[in-house]
Design a protein around this ligand. Sequence first.
Ligand code: ZN
Length: 70
Amino acid sequence: MPTYCVNRDEQSTGEHEVHDLASNQGCLPDERNRFLLGYFASCAGAVAAAGRRYDNVDGCRWCVPACHTR
Ligand SMILES: [Zn+2]
């Protein structure tokens, strides 16, 4: 199962992006900015978990495209 993290820093557009820690696409935030979400069977679960911490969350367009909505 993939391990997900969410960026503690928001994007210029205001959302906190959820990333798959196994990503090799150069999109992961700096280690100090990663809040570990844990293992999820799908990105939907990870985005929901991130949503309990931040109001505005979205999947990374590169490593979590299935949950990228904006
Ligand atoms: Zn990513």
